[in-house]
Design a protein around this ligand. Sequence first.
Ligand code: TEU
Ligand code: CA
Length: 521
Amino acid sequence: RPTDPWWRSAVFYQVYPKSFADSNGDGIGDLGGVRDKLGYLELLGVDALWLSPVMRSPMADGGYDVSDPRDIDPMFGGLETMDALLAEAHSRKIRVTMDLVPNHTSIEHPWFQAAIASAPGSAERDRYIFRDGRGIDGSEPPNNWPSIFGGPAWTRITEADGTPGQWYLHIFAPEQPDLDWENPEVFDDLEKTLRFWLDRGIDGFRIDVAHGMAKPAGIPDMDISENKLLANSDNDLRFDNDGVHDIHRRIRSIIDEYPDAVTVGEVWVEDNERFGAYVRPDELHLAFNFRLAEVAFDAAAVRAAIENSMAAVAGVGGAPTWTLSNHDVEREVTRYGDGAIGLARARAMALVELALPGTIFVYNGSELGLPNVDLPDEVLQDPVWERSGHTERGRDGCRVPLPWEGSAPPFGFTTADRSWLPIPAEWADCSVEAQIEDVASTLSLYRHAIELRAVRPEFSGDDIDWYGSPSGCLAFRRRGGLICALNTTTAPIPLPPGEVLLSSVPIEGGRLPADAAAWLV
Ligand code: TEU
Ligand code: CA
């Protein structure tokens, strides 16, 4: 519909900047690399980019620990490279959004440095959540909250006089102290950050941990016996506190001064009604739902995930969002069984995703069918690995740099001898160069699907109708006429009548093979 905002049916491409492309030969991806590859992104046909954090950061958590939110880290090329990227992307009609991390800062942020240099109770300390400890001499954390990355969510500081001091809250790593959103200075500073980037031409923000900024009054103990991590169980007091909605309304009032800007929040909330609240007309434009990133390759489960996701936003008039993976989860090829089967299923699910009404987020490398990588211990960098006491390997396996060209690592990702995480030798077969001319490749499948989605009238309409289909299969129809069918069984099934527009495997005799999907009109 011509009156729809641009993002309502857009395809976003998530760039994990360290892993996309390196332009200066230090083995680490950067914004110059993104700029160099804009032609590729144009060819892929995406409408917008989401850049995972590129602000100044000591990189304790891949940039999700920001020490200056109004600057670009030198490792990524500094502000001028960002300006050049924005200009060139816009000239190619690609919008650019960036990650915003309002829940916490880096310990190297000047505010945190000032906080630990000042006395308990000072205004400096009041921008974070410092508390006295419990127990004898305050040697126990102020409450029982665990950190998402392992260990307690509190770290004790040493006061300026050398004595053991107060504790500060960090829901994530100790290098990521939580801000106190009750302090008006915190919002004022975020407003500066929003305007700084919007005035520079950024098209919007992905808001990190958008369900986390507000903390419950008194920060009481939570019931950790049944704590379901990030699942919005009633006893997980760390997230989804009602006060967060007021923060989103205030953010929105600023965003609304910039007509085309979009916000998408990272909202790990399972309950439909509580999730939908985040995309009320005066809050976020969009919220990620992760149901397709979590669901098994099973038609009934996929259908339930789709229905649920649509129901969650329908009540408030919001648009659904879809994502098969991101920088925090195992890549879909591996999740679906790895190898040829995992790849076949990932291709099928890409067609399911790209057939749906709403906003799509493609994680860099999905379009190449990359699997997760089982990296050796000594290269792991995710704080999850250290913090979990080496019991969880963390998320590096989905953050391996992209293979661009050539027959050996680092496959044109960098001119250095090696990339910051090693690229498997067998990725020669899935490099961009290996796939771009091959009509049967996953890259070609994505290109065609994204193009058809953009130009064909059959993709119109906010609603879908389900066909009755045999168990292990699903089929739905967009109001505009596109039909999408998925087969998660082990045998071929008859397709609904129609002309095949695109399919994840060749279709013969009107039957859809196992582990495949097709589009029909
Ligand atoms: O993630 C929030 C989050 O809670 C999870 O995705 C979490 O990182 C994961 O389950 C742990 O294994 C966001 C970012 O996407 C993530 O990369 C950051 O580490 C996190 O916030 C902290 O900023
Ligand atoms: Ca670099």
